[in-house]
Design a protein around this ligand. Structure first.
Ligand SMILES: Nc1nc2c(ncn2[C@@H]2O[C@H](COP(=O)(O)OP(=O)(O)O)[C@@H](O)[C@H]2O)c(=O)[nH]1
Ligand SMILES: [Mg+2]
Length: 279
């Protein structure tokens, strides 16, 4: 995992190790890499996963720590080795070691190598002579467990620099098994968290499925109610129309009966009416 300040050359170093432009590396005032990214390759027959990080932010989000957690929480994770990337000629790396120590514990420094970048800017000076002249950087190198290495990312064709680094890391892993977590208690805590996370995931999936079934039956019920309501309205409508028709037939019947009665009355009373009129 590549650590260091933004602009130190982490992404460029990742690309040099991978032998391709896997990560975006460019000169910028702010951090170019926003999240942890990984790339895989095989060097000297060894599978290597490079994790590029946004690096140390001044008072910002330490997403590189999230990257460490994600890696350690992933099943079958391989041990981690940290490459503390520092460009030669930088004198502002005061707190990097303190930062690693405070975030991951002293143990993490055991699995750290300082990776000097911009080796091409040493003007022919060897990295050893450069370090001898710089007490502060010498202190940093002295604080980490696995020395230093220099890269010239502007000379990616120089594979020997990558091979030497991987060999160095291979020795480190072989001897110390790498940074898996701070201690046994921490290891147990992570395993527990991992289990809890899985249980939580299962519970969430179950809840989601239940919710889906409930929602489905709720939708079905709503549909059925709606159909029933429409049916009731239609029936009520038909009944109302029938009632209207019955009423109309009733009054027409009454009217016809009255007319018949009047006609019959006129027919039977016509004699009487005639005599009355003749008189
Ligand atoms: N000359 C030279 N420039 C480099 C070297 N390594 C990185 N750089 C440049 O430094 C700038 C920042 O590099 P980058 O990898 O993006 O830094 P990061 O923020 O730490 O990932 C880019 O312009 C790189 O080309 C190197 O070894 N030599
Ligand atoms: Mg970067």
């Amino acid at each position: 995992m590549l650590l260091g300040r933004p602009g130190a050359g982490k992404s460029a170093s990742g690309n040099t190790i991978l032998g391709r432009e896997a990560f975006k590396a460019e000169c910028s005032a702010g951090p170019v890499t926003k999240y942890c990214e990984t790339g895989n390759t095989v060097v000297g027959g060894k599978k290597v996963t490079v994790i590029d990080t946004p690096g140390f932010m001044n008072g910002g989000l330490d997403s590189w720590k999230e990257g460490v957690d994600t890696h350690l929480h992933s099943p079958d994770h391989s041990p981690l080795v940290f490459l503390l990337v520092i460009p030669v000629g930088t004198f502002t790396e005061n707190n990097v070691v303190k930062h690693i120590r405070e975030t991951l514990g002293e143990e993490a420094l055991k699995f750290t190598t300082v990776l000097f970048t911009r080796g091409d800017q040493l003007d022919g000076k060897s990295i050893e002579i450069f370090l001898n002249d710089n007490a502060h950087l010498k202190d940093i190198v002295g604080s980490v467990g696995w020395g230093y290495h220099a890269f010239s990312n502007k000379l990616p064709a120089n594979h020997s620099q990558v091979n030497t680094l991987i060999q160095k890391i291979g020795n480190l892993l072989w001897k110390n098994a790498g940074y898996t977590c701070v201690n046994e208690i921490e290891r147990e805590k992570i395993t527990k968290e991992c289990k809890m996370f899985k249980v939580h995931q299962k519970k969430k999936t179950k809840e989601r499925e239940m919710f889906k079934v409930e929602k489905l039956s709720e939708d079905e019920k709503r549909l059925r109610d709606e159909e029933k309501r429409k049916e009731n309205i239609a029936v009520a409508d038909i009944q109302a129309r029938c009632r209207e028709k019955r009423k109309m037939f009733y009054w027409v019947g009454v009217f016809i009966i009255i007319i018949i009665i009047i006609c019959l009355a006129l027919f039977y009373c016509k004699e009487v009416l005639w005599t009355l009129l003749e008189k």
